[in-house]
Design a protein around this ligand. Structure first.
Ligand SMILES: [Zn+2]
Length: 210
């Protein structure tokens, strides 16, 4: 039995996505979106610790957008913009210093040439104690730079777990908590994939994070 933790759909099996059983039949979520949502709930960021919770989501998927707009003071950005989405890049965010509570992105940084600049920019716009929630395709421990946007997916690098945490800490985050791939739940039921979710806090006042 399959169960989607985002929309509550249950069914005998996941819908097919790129010839693997991955997609929620109701909301269209894939493994990484369900993992992201579970990490937000587990970390106490959904619902938010205080209100209003100013969130910027990058390339937010449809399956999460309704929950984000309903729960957070959310603004969505992307490098190309349509509808409610504002056109902006992670390396040049149109926000003041220390103005956001949270930034969320999934499978974005591997497409950016200068990921260090993107991390520093996120730290700049987050408030003290603010948090970045991110997922990247992650294999092994060390990050391997490709040096160009490698086809077919346009990935500049293959992140490893330690390499990605180092990128976040070097960029100015004070504390990084990875969730997954072992979630301690029935993976055949919830199907959360293999990529960890990284929750990174900017330095805050003592005790302000939780
Ligand atoms: Zn669903």
């Amino acid at each position: 039995m399959a169960e989607c933790i985002i929309c509550g759909w249950t069914g005998p099996q996941w819908g097919s996505f790129k010839s693997r059983p991955a997609r929620c039949i109701r909301c269209g979520s894939l493994e990484r979106q369900r993992a992201l949502f579970l990490a937000l709930v587990t970390e106490g960021l959904y619902p938010p610790p205080h209100d209003p919770w100013i969130c910027v989501s990058v390339a937010l998927e449809k399956c999460l957008s309704q929950r984000f707009y309903k729960t957070y003071f959310n603004q969505s950005i992307d490098i190309s913009a349509r509808g409610v989405v504002r056109k902006a890049s992670l390396v040049n965010l149109p926000y003041r210093d220390a103005s956001l509570d949270m930034i969320v992105h999934s499978h974005v940084l591997e497409h950016i040439r200068d990921d260090k600049a993107a991390v520093s920019e996120a730290v700049r716009v987050l408030k003290n104690g603010g948090v970045m929630v991110s997922i990247v395709p992650c294999r092994g421990d060390e990050t391997e730079e490709v040096g160009y946007a490698k086809p077919p997916h346009g990935h500049w690098r293959q992140y490893g777990r330690s390499g990605y945490i180092k990128l976040l800490m070097d960029g100015g985050f004070q504390r990084v908590t990875p969730y997954g791939p072992d979630w301690g739940c029935d993976m055949s039921k919830f199907n959360l994939g293999k990529d960890p979710v990284f929750i990174s806090y900017k330095q805050g006042e003592e005790g302000a994070n939780r």
